[in-house]
Design a protein around this ligand. Structure first.
Ligand code: FUB
Length: 323
């Protein structure tokens, strides 16, 4: 009798497990054409700030998305738009957001400038991560080419000593510049230069930096963003200034899943060795340049601290709340 009861209980338990599959984010994590996503944690909430991926003339706003568990995402429409930034007319790209004090600062590119002036990298500010963000300076923070870098694809990096840097650049050049504490401009380096070039081999655009176990990981996108071979590579160094020697590719297309995987960011869950790569890719068979979707997959390291190639998936990551 006891054995029969035990067997029944096990069958019921097994059925219950089978009926409650693990919740996953799925990929893309939210619907719509969105690219260049920056993922970040604000308190216990995950946020993703992407580029609205459309014709340049239609890129006149940015939406944001928040989630408590990586599965259910809430859309925050038009956290920034050109009505709040007089000098921005089109091509609002690659938001990078940071909290400083009680305010949130959103760095963005606008106008896709081809020569000095008329646009570049700007800063907007808000009291809330969901905006509305308003122009902070009334003009671009960078509106010129320095060291050959187009002023786009900005990433704001807070170093371990509390200093803030802007790492940015398109057209195959990447600069790092130290931000003033109030983000109104830059503090020149001791050698008198403000923009220090840190371009590694094969760099094209989309820089990102993080620190793990005291090492600086510098990551960037390679190839053409409009094609299938777009990808992400990385280097490691002991300082944010490098030198950065390319180690290898960490993210690329998988002909069974999607193409053009690139322009990424990384979310680290505090207190854990858990890292997420947030990136965009193009669905299989899709060739339109702007038909890019925002996805998330796990990023893992080997015992020597090297990044393992990211496996891009349709399922995404499992539900996870920040404690
Ligand atoms: O989305 C516009 C541009 O495409 C970005 O600035 C580049 O990094 C590329 O992803």
């Amino acid at each position: 009798m006891k054995l029969l009861l035990l067997t029944c209980c096990m069958i019921i338990a097994n059925q219950a497990t089978a009926q409650t599959p693990e919740k996953r984010s799925g990929n893309p994590v939210f619907p719509g054409w969105y690219a260049d996503p920056e993922g970040i944690l604000f308190g216990k909430e995950y946020w993703i700030y992407p580029t609205y991926s459309a014709r340049y003339e239609e890129q006149v706003f940015m939406d944001a998305f928040s989630s408590k568990d990586l599965v259910t995402w809430t859309k925050h429409p038009r956290v920034l738009d050109t009505s709040g930034v007089k000098w921005a007319k089109k091509a609002m790209w690659a938001p990078s957001v940071i909290k400083k004090g009680s305010k949130y600062f959103l760095f963005f590119g606008a106008n896709d400038i081809q020569k000095d002036g008329g646009g570049g990298i700007g800063v907007a500010v808000s009291k809330r991560p969901g905006g509305p963000f308003k122009d902070y300076l009334g003009k671009p923070l960078i509106d010129k080419f320095h060291n050959g870098a187009q002023p786009i694809d900005q990433f704001v990096f807070k170093d371990q000593d509390g200093k803030y840097y802007l790492i940015y650049g398109g057209w195959k050049h990447c600069n790092i510049a130290r931000l003033k504490d109030d983000f109104t401009g830059f503090i020149p380096f001791p050698d008198g230069n403000t923009f220090k070039e840190i371009t590694p081999q094969d760099y094209v655009e989309g820089p990102f930096m993080f620190v793990r176990n005291g090492k600086y990981y510098f990551m960037w996108s390679e190839g053409g963003w409009t094609g299938p071979n777009y990808k992400v590579a990385y280097a490691m160094a002991d300082s944010p200034f490098g030198p950065f020697k390319r180690i290898g590719t960490v993210l690329q297309q998988d002909p069974k899943i999607a193409t053009g995987a690139g322009h990424h960011s990384v979310i680290h869950v505090p207190g854990k060795d858990r890292w997420y790569m947030v990136y965009h890719r193009r669905p299989l068979g899709e060739t339109k340049a702007n038909n890019r979707e925002t996805c998330i997959d796990l990023m893992e390291f080997d015992g020597n601290g090297l990044i393992l190639p990211v496996k891009i998936t349709k399922e995404g990551v499992t539900a996870s709340k920040v404690k």
